[in-house]
Ligand binder design. Structure first.
Ligand code: SF4
Length: 376
């Protein structure tokens, strides 16, 4: 586990309305050296205060559909909103442009969050929900101290039509070992070429540590996911990504992997100057980009196709049936990379639902699930 993270939380500012919540109790017990202060309302500030964690009473919706876009293939993902910001400080992180609340923040009204998680899938029992907490923060960055997964993972195990994805760049998994996950949580890692990890994600866990953590989760019966996003076009990318894929499949059995996503680097134009001033050593925004239909800057199509094709060809040699999908790409790129577009297979959400059914056995009848488990 990365001890630097523990040091990153030195002060905890808690809104009184959530002072009795389970996450605050867990934080007080597990961060004995941190100082705790209680206020009626955590002030909005545009100043980033190192070492500060804010615990607020969140009044918005915890469960929401990923906004996606109508222009590119959307995966129909559901977001379980647990907090905002991240101290891993990857150079390309979109959260750097969220100026209103730049500090690490979690939501303390855990009971409200859990109630919503229970209610939404129940309201549409015929639908399969793929939900994740890693949209506005890293799912496991603070988890050893907040204990949130100790509530969420067993809860998802009791929801027949939903799976939870915990997405991380850390190796903070020890707390997951003893949880009753019921095969309905997949732990997933964002991976990259080692050179990119070292230059653009220096505060995250190294590749080896991420894969070791994945191995441990697989040993505890969790399913796994991997996300190569953002893929970076840099000199030596072919070898770099190949090496990561080899390390990945040396570490884990492909049959435990539910999906692998691929997404080439893209960014809103306003992020460029932020990256250049906050991470002057980074070269990722210096290449040639075109503006996509969603307004984001992206690599030329041929470069994206080359990045994806290499990955897909390599992955297929390890497991031809593993679900690989593209993030925010249109049908033309899909066709070039895979030879088909999602609409020919019922759309991307249907393809990912099928991966959940096939690999995790969730969303199929309990009889079929029993037969599947018996078959191993
Ligand atoms: S781990 Fe994710 S959320 Fe955290 S800084 Fe990196 S890109 Fe941003």
């Amino acid at each position: 586990m990365n001890p630097r993270v523990k040091k990153i939380v030195k002060n905890v500012l808690v809104e009184r309305a959530v002072s009795e919540s389970p996450v605050v109790s867990a934080l007080r017990e597990r961060l004995p050296d941190a100082s705790f202060n209680f206020v009626d309302k955590v002030p909005e500030s545009s100043r980033k205060i190192p070492g500060l964690l804010e615990v607020v009473h969140f009044k918005g919706r915890f469960w929401r559909s990923c906004p996606g876009t109508k222009i590119y293939e959307c995966c129909g993902y559901q977001i379980v909103h647990i907090g905002t910001q991240c101290s891993l400080d990857c150079t390309y992180c979109i959260l750097q442009s969220y100026f209103e609340s730049p500090n690490l923040r979690i939501f303390g009204n855990t009971e409200d969050l859990l109630a919503e998680v229970q209610a939404v899938p129940r309201s549409s029992p015929q639908k399969l929900f793929r939900a994740g907490t890693g949209e506005f923060t890293d799912s496991l960055l603070l988890d050893p101290w907040t204990g949130l997964s100790e509530h969420l993972v067993p809860l998802f195990a009791r929801i027949p039509n939903a799976v939870l994805e915990l997405k991380t760049k850390t190796d903070h998994v020890t707390q997951l070992e003893k949880l009753n996950h019921g095969g309905q949580t997949l732990v997933s890692w964002s991976l990259n070429a080692d050179d990119v990890i070292r230059s653009e994600e220096p505060r995250s866990a190294p590749l080896k540590a991420r894969l070791r953590a994945a191995q441990r989760c697989a040993d505890w019966g969790y399913f796994l996911g991997f996300h190569f996003d953002p893929m970076i076009d840099y000199p030596g990318w072919r070898e770099g990504y190949r090496r990561t894929l080899h390390a990945l499949f040396d570490a884990v059995d492909p049959s435990r992997v539910v999906w692998i996503s691929l997404g080439a680097f893209r960014f809103m134009p306003e992020l460029k100057s932020i990256i250049q001033s906050r991470h002057p050593q980074s070269r990722i925004v210096t290449g040639e980009f075109i503006r996509g239909l969603d307004g984001k800057m992206r690599y030329f199509r041929d470069i994206r196709v080359a990045l994806y094709t290499l990955m897909v060809d390599e992955i297929r040699t390890w497991d031809p049936s593993l679900t690989v999908y593209l993030c925010m790409e249109g049908p033309w790129v899909w066709k070039r990379v895979f030879g088909f577009e999602p609409s020919e297979r019922g759309g991307l959400p249907a393809m990912l639902d099928q991966a959940v059914r096939d690999r995790m056995g969730v969303g199929i009848s309990s009889r079929a699930r029993g037969a599947k488990n018996a078959a191993g």
